[in-house]
Design a protein around this ligand. Structure first.
Ligand SMILES: [Zn+2]
Length: 344
């Protein structure tokens, strides 16, 4: 099969479009013939590497993908070759105490497809059968692939972990990333009032088109937490969803007393300083969240299939041009998901 191989960490230049042996499905696994994949920031981080990451070279990244079942491993039933599917990239053992309790994103053997396990930037990928989800007739594979990781992440943080309720106010830190555009839509569907802080008119326009109620341009006003405070009559918002991390000091200030801070990522780097006084004196809850459970995945994907939640797609590149696609994603110019066309 054709695949995007990584033999060493580095910039986009280490991505090689090459032939690689088509994998075989083991017991309980299925091989999927991919039609579309979607990029995530994770793909760039894996390629660049971080201290302690151990990959079996050549590595293939890519968490998101959709296509059709090609062949079944031993003991797999309920699927047939040709079934159209989207992949849930949250890999879990299905047997540990957390998996049995339905908290499979806490699995003791949890892994993300494409992070340490070979992923979807290839013509074929092997995944456990329990990671397949059926694609409705006529639903586009690019849309499905673009939705899988970011919508489950946003749903689990806002709804399951954050307990967002109708009538609450939510501040989304960032206007255009995949998780943020998903969060805006989920919050509106829930009946929350959505504040968005983003950089520049174009990205805020996108947030507005998704239903955001109040837009704050941080390129004009770096002290955006003050703006949130003033716009909420000096109350602050009920919930802040922050996938940057380094923005926490401002997120703490923007939250109301007793507010919840949903920590869903670290696009701003792993380490930053916080002022602890904000946390206890404002009675803040900091709630970490990553990926989702199978139940959340099913719930949110059905809303995507029903058209109530819509992944925002930016550009599509052919598999052979994944290097350009990752350069584009790394540039930060994209407004929505970058997808990879693996076959027609
Ligand atoms: Zn488990």
């Amino acid at each position: 099969m054709k695949a995007i191989l990584i033999f060493t960490h580095g910039g986009p230049e280490v991505l090689e479009y090459k032939d690689f042996p088509t994998p075989e499905p083991g017991p309980g696994q299925v091989i999927v013939r991919l039609k579309a994949a979607a990029l995530n920031r994770m793909d760039l981080w894996v390629r660049e590497g971080w201290p302690g990451i151990k990959l079996a070279y050549p590595h293939i990244s890519g968490a998101d993908g959709a296509g059709e079942v090609f062949a079944l491993g031993e003991g797999v039933s309920g699927w047939s070759p040709g079934d159209r599917v989207v992949i849930n990239p949250s890999l879990h053992c299905g047997q540990c105490e957390f998996c049995i309790a339905g908290q499979d994103n806490l699995c003791t053997q949890w892994a993300l497809l494409g992070e340490t396990v070979r992923g979807t930037l290839a013509e074929y990928v092997v995944v456990p059968a329990r990671n397949l989800y059926p694609l409705p007739v006529g639903f586009d594979e690019h849309q499905a692939a673009a939705a899988a990781l970011v919508f489950q992440t946003a749903w689990h943080s806002l709804i399951t972990r954050g307990g967002l309720r109708p009538g609450e106010t939510l501040l989304v830190v960032g206007a255009s990333g995949g998780v943020n555009t998903a969060a805006i839509q989920i919050a509106k569907l829930t009946g929350a009032k959505v504040y968005v802080v983003g950089s520049g008119a174009e990205k805020l326009e996108l947030a507005a088109s998704l239903g955001a109620d109040v837009l704050i341009d941080r390129s004009k006003d770096e002290n955006w937490s003050k703006a949130v405070f003033q716009l909420t009559n000096r109350r602050g918002v009920d919930v802040v969803v922050d996938n940057v991390g380094s923005t926490f000091p401002q997120s703490f200030r923007a939250a109301r007393k007793g507010g919840r801070i949903l920590d869903v990522g670290n696009t701003g780097g792993a380490k930053f300083e916080i002022d602890n006084r904000y946390i206890f004196s404002k009675h803040l809850s900091i709630i970490g969240s990553s990926m989702s459970t199978r139940k959340d995945f099913a719930q949110v994907m059905e809303l995507v299939f029903a058209g109530k939640l819509k992944p925002v797609l930016d550009r599509t590149f052919p598999l052979s041009e994944t290097r350009l696609a990752e350069e584009y994603l790394g540039s930060g110019k994209q407004k929505g998901k970058v997808t990879i066309a693996i076959r027609e």
